[in-house]
Design a protein around this ligand. Structure first.
Ligand code: CA
Length: 231
């Protein structure tokens, strides 16, 4: 397989160099940018497998960059933030990032997270087509339709829906979903699943306002079900 290309958007030169060195050593091709407002232009010339995106950037901040990229491409995006308390705010926003990393980070952890995100966003070996009520999910084309209308999902939202739809009525604990969707499960990151679920529900509700498909199982996690919740 050709080496996968990672675009690092980071204005702190030392951090950018550290990431470049570790990612290169792990077998990735790496491009670096120091300004947020140069990302869209850069994407006209390269087609990265993943973007590592710092939150605070000159020109255009990471949230705006993420939203702009999402309008035209479903490249997996990992947001890098300087503060843990920013994470809650980020998760509450619908910015469409696939994962979040807090500074200071260990470069090894970043490499592991990059690999995990790439692993789960790669097309599956034996693609299936899942159908449940008005929902259709095609693993090969990575498209989802609701009542025949296409649903635009981020790679993480797609993986999450894929896991839940493949096992209707099965209750998945948050940590299990995190493990299945992100490829790892770190303590304290359970709430990233809540963020993805919230966004997924919002998108489903935009087409099917009266039907709850993803059910919260209080104190445990989530399940996919076509029947009305009985609690
Ligand atoms: Ca920065």
């Amino acid at each position: 397989m050709a080496e996968e290309h990672v675009l690092v958007v980071e204005d702190e030169v030392k951090i950018a160099e550290l990431l470049r060195d570790y990612l290169t050593a792990a077998g990735f091709k790496v491009s670096c940018l120091a300004r947020g407002d140069e990302v869209l232009e850069k994407l006209k010339g390269i087609d990265p497998a993943l973007i590592l995106l710092d939150l605070m950037l000159p020109g255009l901040d990471g949230i705006s960059v993420c939203r702009e990229v999402r309008k035209t491409a479903d490249i997996p995006i990992i947001m890098v933030t300087a503060k843990v308390d920013e994470l809650d705010r980020l998760l509450g926003l619908e910015i469409g990032a696939d994962d979040y990393i807090c500074k200071p980070f260990s470069p090894r952890e970043v490499v592991a997270r990059v690999k995990a995100v790439l692993r789960r966003t790669r097309p599956s070996q034996n693609p299936r087509r899942l159908i449940a009520g008005p929902l259709m999910l095609d693993e090969e084309t990575r498209q989802v339709t609701v009542a025949g209308r296409p649903l635009s999902l981020t790679p993480s939202e797609f993986s999450l829906l894929n896991v839940l739809m493949a096992h209707p009525e099965r209750v998945f604990p948050r940590a299990d979903l995190l493990d299945k969707v992100q490829g790892y499960s770190f303590e304290g990151y359970d709430r990233t699943i809540d963020g993805h679920i919230k966004n997924l529900r919002k998108k489903l509700a935009a087409i099917l306002p009266d039907k709850e498909l993803i059910h919260t199982i209080y104190g445990v996690g989530y399940k996919f079900s076509l029947s009305a919740q009985t609690l």
